[in-house]
Design a protein around this ligand. Structure first.
Ligand code: COA
Length: 416
């Protein structure tokens, strides 16, 4: 079966996480991703958070599957000529350096277009145009400046970042979509274009329900928030603990074993249409009596803390999987808190390729997260990440058309 992006060649100038997640996705779909790394140094993540001495870290390997690695310094004269040739031969260039870094290498967008008018040039930056456009940004900075930290955390306590890398991997997803959209547009227009994604924008996009609530706040208290009816609302959307962001109230409740297992919890949504089944399953038919104040969704809203306290008394008598088995057939949406250990061991995730075991020549076998997007006609296979400069010679010969002597000379002057 052919791959969806077969024939698309990507000049991958990305590092750390946001850019590499984007190009890894494109590689999984079959693009030829040529990762350019500084000679002798490489992507900084190769050496960060290492678990095995002198071996590429999991941080690096889990973000750079299915790519080829070429070492190249575009700041040298020979390096500039090779880089220009790569721009000529590639369809897409992706980078997520600090603002201005590619310009400082001597390759502003105008020059890239001059070399290859069909080039799609895609960048991740921390911020879009405005007061912070020149700032360097990492994940948690994006979470804090994009609205996520302000709206995440316990009620009345400090702002909190989440374990999901919504600024980095989230923005990488946006960039990948921008690139394939620009490729589609190029089919019709014959020209490339600039694709830019700001991490702040990406996080805010994922926090849209909180901007919704910010505007609802002007018209009265947010009744599904735990601050209602006894707490206070200020001028901005408050942190709401584990309250659901949708129209159906939800909360995390303890299950059997919570005293010793930090993940013995389940999220339960008291969906209005399924409340009858939920009450019956718990043996609390009295909640359904017409004159009981919890019998309607509106009646339950001011008492959600008590409702979930009662639900918890029941969930604490069963483990999280038993609770799910009882509630799912009743159409009560619920989700056990699954630990990374449980996810790593889950057979169905292995079967779908969402969790994949990969073999690496230096580290041996390790687990990674595979492609979360499944295409029926061109499924993804996950191949190991490249060693630093593993494909330098073959890329310089096949893509740049260089001779063995020219490559030796380029190595001698530190260009590759
Ligand atoms: N050969 C020679 N030099 C190279 C090179 C190569 N192959 N690849 C990169 N470099 C140089 C760059 O030219 C730049 O040098 P300059 O500043 O002198 O022009 C430098 O290496 C790397 O730059 P920078 O991006 O500033 O790295 P950093 O480690 O200081 O900052 C980030 C890292 C992530 C904070 C920054 O890149 C950034 O803000 N990126 C945009 C937002 C982003 O993607 N953040 C999330 C990362 S997960």
């Amino acid at each position: 079966m052919s791959k969806a992006l077969e024939g698309v060649r990507i000049l991958d100038m990305t590092h750390v996480q946001s850019g590499p997640t984007c190009t890894q996705l494109l590689a999984w779909f079959g693009a030829d991703v040529i990762k350019v790394e500084r000679p002798g140094v490489g992507d900084a993540t190769r050496g960060q958070l290492r678990d095995i001495p002198d071996v590429d870290s999991l941080y690096f390997t889990m973000l750079n599957h299915n790519k080829r690695s070429v070492t190249l310094n575009p700041k040298t004269e020979t390096g500039k000529a090779i880089f220009a040739k790569l721009i000529e031969e590639c369809d897409v260039m992706v980078e997520n350096f600090a603002p201005g870094a590619i310009d400082r290498m001597g390759f502003p967008w105008e020059k890239i277009q001059e070399i290859n008018p069909r080039m799609i040039y895609a960048s991740v930056k921390g911020f879009g145009p405005g007061p912070y456009e020149d700032c360097k940004v990492y994940e948690n900075v994006a979470q804090c400046t994009g609205g996520s930290a302000s709206t995440t955390g316990e009620i009345g306590r400090f702002p909190m970042v989440t374990g999901s890398q919504i600024g980095d991997s989230g923005t990488g997803l946006n960039l990948a979509l921008g690139i394939v959209t620009a490729l589609y547009h190029r089919e019709k227009s014959g020209r490339g274009q600039r694709v830019t994604c700001a991490m702040q924008d990406g996080v805010l996009n994922l926090c849209r329900v909180k901007l919704r609530d910010q505007q609802r706040l002007a018209h009265g208290p947010l009744k599904e928030y735990p601050q209602y009816p006894n707490g206070e609302f200020g001028e901005a959307v408050p942190r709401a603990g584990n309250a659901s962001g949708g129209g159906q109230p939800g909360w995390i409740v303890k299950c059997k074993g919570w005293e010793t297992d930090p993940d013995a919890y389940i999220y339960v949504i008291t969906q209005a249409a399924a409340f009858t089944g939920l009450a019956k399953a718990m043996g609390r038919e009295e909640w359904l009596d017409e004159d009981h104040e919890w019998s309607t969704p509106e009646g339950r809203l001011p008492h959600l803390d008590q409702v979930f306290n009662e639900i918890e008394k029941w969930t604490m008598t069963r483990n999280k999987f038993e609770v799910m088995e009882i509630l799912n057939p009743l159409n009560v949406p619920c989700g056990p808190i699954l630990s990374m250990k449980e996810l790593a061991e889950e057979p169905s995730l292995r079967a779908t390729g969402t969790v994949v075991e990969v073999d690496h020549p230096e580290r041996g076998k390790y687990l990674t997260v595979g492609n979360p997007i499944k295409l029926s006609a061109s499924p993804s296979e996950v191949d190991r990440s490249p060693l630093l400069g593993e494909h330098t010679d073959e890329i310089l010969i096949d893509v740049c058309g260089m001779s063995a002597e020219e490559i030796e000379a380029a190595k001698a002057d530190g260009a590759v």
